[in-house]
Every structure is written in C-alpha cells, then in structure tokens.
Design a protein around this ligand. Structure first.
Ligand SMILES: [Zn+2]
Length: 503
C-alpha cells in the first residue's frame, strides 16, 4: 500500500509519488519572528514534523526546508513600538522560536534560510518577472500582475473576477488591478532597506518562499506545507510568482493543516485569544502536548482546551503504565506468580497477534494521509493487551519466561510512538531517590540486613504479601501506612502488593 496524501490543489487524496523514488523534498512556511509563537502555529509545525518523521521512517531521504521571515511589516512595527532596531527584534524571536521548537521535540529543518540573507536572489526573481511581463514597477514599488498569470486562483479554487467584486481592497490607483500584490516595496524612513534596480527597499512577504524553495529544492518539489489560512493569498501568490517566473510546475502536493480553535474561533494573535506555546509547555510536558494535538487529524480543526490537555495527560499515563510495570517486574526479577495451566498459550498467542496488529494498523493509518488519531488508537489497543497480559494473564511468568514477549510488546508500543516523536518515560523509580528510612523499615518488617534500597523495597513487598496471605492485617496495614508516610505508593493488585515511588 502506498502512502496517500490529500492534495489541496486537486481536493482529493492521491497516491504519493515523489519526483525521486527515494527522496522527498518538502518546504514549510516558517514564522514571522515578531513574537513568541502561539500554540496554533505550533500545531502546524508539529504536523509537518510528524509527516517528515513518518516519511523518514518509511525509508525516504527527506530534505525539509523552512524559512524564517526576519523582515516584515509586523517586525518593523513592533520594533518601532519598542524603540529597538527591527533586526534586533527579529534576532530575539528567531532564537525564541528555535528553542520553543526544540522544546516541543520538533526536528531541526535540513536548511533554514533567512529572508534577509536571500535578498539578491529575490531581486533576481523580480527582474525575471518584469522581463517576462508578469510584474511592473511604480515609483520604486514592484507589483505582480495577477491578470498576467492565467492560473491565478487555481490553488484556492477562487475565480479572479469573484475575488475582485467580493473584495474590499482599497483603491490604489498605482496598481493595474486591485489584486496585484507587492514583490518589492520602497523603504520608508527608518525601515530596513537593501539596494535594488528600483531603489532602496525590501521584498514582499510572498516572494521569499518562492525564491528559497526553488533555490533549496528545485522545481517542482514534492510537498509544500502550511496552515490552511495560508492557502489564500500567500500560497496562491507563491505559486503565481514561481510558475510565472519559471514556466514550470511549482509543487507536486500541497498539504494544509487545520487551524486551532478556542470556542470555535480561529486562534490568531489579532483575536487576542492566543496562548503561547511556551506557556502551555510550562504546564504540560512535551509528549502530552504532542499527544493532545495528534489525537485529531491534522486537516481537522482542533479545539483547544485544558480539559483536552488533561485527557492527553491521562492517555500518556495509560501508555506508560504497562511499560513501567514491565520495568518494575524486571527489577524484582520473576514475580512469584504461578503460571500453572492457566491457558498461558492462549495469552501468548493473543499478545503476539496484538503486536503484529498494532504495527500493521499504525502503518495503514499513517499511510492514509497521516491519520495520527487512528495510529494512536492502534497503539492504545496494544497497551490494553499488554496490560491484560500482565494483570489478568500470566504476567512475566514464574521464571520470567514471558519477559521476551513482553519486551517485544513494549517495543511495539514505543517504536510507533517514537516515529510520532513521543518518548515514554518508563523509568519506574529512581533508586537514588528512595528515602533512607526505607532501610530501617525493611529491617523492622522484613528482617532485611543488606544495603541495597531496591532490595529493601522488594523485601518489604514480599513481607507484606506474606502478612496479607496470613490475614495479618495489622502488620500489612502498618507497613502500608509507614511506606506511604515515606512517599511510596502501595497498591493491592491481583498478583499482590505493588510498591512504587516517585511517579
Ligand atoms: Zn510561504
């Protein structure tokens, strides 16, 4: 089964056939660095991080290019408000963007060109467009002539005449057509500027993506990504510029992510309802935020709420549960569980099948336009089976004979999650963090005379199981109370006492 992707251009799911059978060239519009990024932007970047990771896992050599817009009206205005140079503001928020991406576990782009370092190439494209009759200069500004490009509107599915009648574009008598957009802008006093054949100025925003993607990847490249609110005008304009300038197809597959909503309103800075990624990550760990976002298909709107984040935290704990249980079981070696003739073979068959099913479903769902919600459901299915095997089935076995199978199940859970960039901390306890008093407790209750706190806890566990089996409740309860005072969690499970610490 081949990978299928939803292409905005054709509005259908298509078989994904990159231009080179072994390589994928992808470009994702990067941030305009004038503020910390909000969680809505983070969703888009996470989406394409997952797509990139998945394609890599499927064997493609992926080149991932993302620009940084470090010159723009928003940057200039914000810097003016703060009374600092635009370049300084852009540098601050470029650094903030990179560290926020790293914190969200987003892999670094293969290349990350900056707008201000690509100015000569942008001037080159403007010259090409003027020479071919697709652009014109007015008093130091250069505009793209949308009427010169017959395909204008094909990506967003808009008709140029409808756009014109429906728009409330200010009348600018210098433009041939109200929809014409700036390729080059004359610098106003105090603004960043570069010399050009049309005088000192700076590039228009749409231009940089056309120039950088062509320069880094060549045309047509395989995947162009961004949020759905970039389809028009940004991507429509990129496409018009690139195809008008080169006469070639710009992009093979256009992929667009759905927006993040708060109370069903698009989350954007202008609406004032945004939450910064760094604020969210201060409260929720990275894997939880990633899980939260992936539980919705990337093209669907995602409703942001702390309830949903809390649910994702619970889901994370559910996944971590059996992985930790396995670690605990390995630590205490074989549990004294009688496997007997309890139908172990049936359980083994069932878990073996669940491991294979999980991998097959994960791949099938991810191949289907990166259906992360389905892929996660597959992983949760294996988590349930592993839990059942441990708690209702034979567990690790009297002599640890089921350990290899459980290890395979654990790997079957961890590998797909790693593909999605989710790492599970299965570390049950950090022995160094055990309170010292546990040694005395083990001496009192279990006659333990050694010096290993891990062994001491294990001795307590066994002693408590003995006390319970002898219905010596005062001792069993007394041990539990004293362990809890020290910060341990004591649970009575079907196979006996469980003692954990530091979760
Ligand atoms: Zn772009």
């Amino acid at each position: 089964m081949a990978i299928r992707v939803y292409n905005t251009m054709t509005r259908t799911k298509e078989a994904f056939v990159p231009r080179d059978p072994e390589k994928v060239a992808m470009y994702v519009c990067g941030p305009t660095v004038y503020n910390h990024i909000h969680i809505g932007n983070a969703r888009t970047f996470l989406t394409f991080d997952i797509i990139r990771r998945y394609l890599t896992w499927r064997g493609y050599d992926v080149t991932f290019v993302q620009n940084i817009t470090d010159v723009d009206d928003k940057i200039i205005n914000r810097a003016a408000e703060q009374g600092i140079p635009a370049i300084e503001l852009a540098e601050t928020f470029t650094a903030a963007f990179r560290s926020a991406m790293a914190e969200l576990g987003i892999e670094k782009p293969s290349r990350q060109p900056m707008a201000t370092q690509t100015i000569p190439q942008m001037i080159g494209m403007v010259e090409r467009l003027i020479a071919t009759g697709h652009a014109y200069e007015v008093d130091g500004d250069v505009y793209f002539s949308v009427r010169s490009f017959p395909g204008y509107g094909k990506l967003s599915g808009r008709d140029i005449d409808d756009l014109e009648s429906g728009s409330r574009v200010e009348v600018d008598t210098r433009k041939n057509d109200p929809l014409d957009f700036a390729l080059w802008k004359t610098a106003k006093p105090g603004e960043p500027r570069w010399p050009s054949p049309w005088g000192e100025g700076r590039p228009g925003w749409h231009l940089e993506c056309s120039v950088m993607s062509e320069e880094e990847l060549g045309l047509p490249f395989d995947i162009h990504g961004g949020a759905s609110d970039l389809i028009f005008p940004h991507h429509e304009n990129e496409l018009a510029q690139s195809e008008a300038a080169t006469g070639e197809t710009f992009v093979k597959y256009w992929l667009h992510g759905g927006l993040l909503q708060v109370n069903a309103e698009k989350m954007s800075k202008s609406l004032g309802n945004f939450m910064l990624l760094k604020d969210v990550l201060a409260v929720y760990p990275t894997p939880v935020v990633r899980l939260f976002m992936m539980q919705t298909h990337y093209r669907s709107p995602l409703e942001f709420s702390t309830d949903r984040l809390d649910e994702a935290r619970t889901a994370y704990e559910r996944v971590a549960g059996p992985l930790r249980d396995l670690e605990i079981a390995k630590r205490s070696r074989a549990r004294e569980r009688v496997a007997g003739d309890d139908g172990t073979g049936v359980w083994v068959t069932r878990l073996t099948k669940a491991i294979a099913d999980c991998r097959a479903r994960f791949t099938e769902d991810m191949d289907d336009d990166f259906n992360t919600a389905g892929a996660l459901a597959a992983v949760f299915g294996l988590v349930r089976e592993m839990n059942a095997f441990i708690w209702e089935g034979p567990g690790i076995g009297a002599h640890g004979e089921n350990l290899p199978l459980l290890e395979r199940a654990a790997a079957g859970i961890k590998e797909p999650l790693a593909v999605l960039g989710i790492e599970i901390d299965a570390h049950p306890v950090r022995v160094a963090e055990y309170p010292e008093e546990v040694m005395q407790l083990a001496a009192d209750y279990a006659g333990y005379a050694g010096s290993d706190s891990s062994e001491a806890v294990d001795a307590l566990r066994k002693a408590r199981d003995v006390a319970r089996s002898e219905r010596n409740w005062s001792v069993a309860d007394g041990m539990r109370d004293r362990l809890q005072e020290l910060g341990f969690v004591v649970e009575d499970k079907p196979d006996g006492t469980h003692i954990t610490y530091g979760r």
